[in-house]
Design a protein around this ligand. Sequence first.
Ligand SMILES: [Zn+2]
Length: 337
Amino acid sequence: MSLLDDVAKLESEALERISTADSLDSLRELEFRFLGRKGPINTILKNLKDLSIDERKLVGAKANETRGRLEALLNERIATFESGGQEAAFDPTLPGTGQRQGVVHILNQVMGEICTVFHGMGFEIAHGPHVETDYYNFGALNFPPDHPARDEQDTFFVEGGRVLRTHTTPVQPRELEKRKPPIKLIMPGRTFRHEEITTRSHISFHQVDGFLVDEHISIADLKGTLVAFCRAFYGERLKYRFRPTFFPFTEPSIEIDITCFLCEGKGCQLCKYAGWLEILGSGMIHPNVLEKAGWDPEKYTGFAFGMGVERQAMLKYKINDIRLFFNSNVRFLRQFV
Ligand SMILES: [Zn+2]
């Protein structure tokens, strides 16, 4: 059948010319000539109706096949030209294009810095699961059954009555059950809360929790350890103050403020003109927490602390929007090399 031969001839001529074309312009021209609306393939397809049913099937299939092959080769060669000019023209005398090195995410850097300071004071690192049981997230930490944190307003519940951990503190009872005092741990990681996403709050953020349990541990140990951390992390010259607060898992509970390192206490935008910055929460581990984990609170005591990594990073690097940490904007992230 001569029409089929014509299509075959057309295909081999077009493939030959496309593969030897030496510029983007000539490829575009060949595209127009062979695949354009008035080109030979479209004309054949348009005239199929004049053929017998059997011919129509054969010629139609062959013409579509040819069009597919030509399109594929054209696209491939056009892409090569567009992506870097000449295909085979490697010039070893040209300067290199350079390679950009990746950077560690700012949150991982800050988390690493916090851990390094505590590691230097003999704390080991421990991790726990993101999907936590109600018991470790709340019950083992002395949250009463009707505590508002257990409300759906604050917590993501998942199947099987479990939750996305709302803090890294559940690692504490987990490790208390597994280890023997003296226990000295820091627990960095990701946490989740059912909150509105704003410049100040997010549904996911990071914490570093820590605790120490041994015989004869007193509030003086808590104070010494945490003040040493603040000085190492924020600078030697800062002043600090302790304020009473409430957490279900510590008694007494203490919040630590440091003098604003930007204005040194005079008052500025960062500290909202208070001169003080809220840095971390802490306290003496509640006897109920020790008892639930199987330790006699008459014999063993300990302190615990926790801080938000985003908050430390925002304060230290004067970042005003928590969402910047999570939207993968490389220009933001590359600043923190
Ligand atoms: Zn200030």
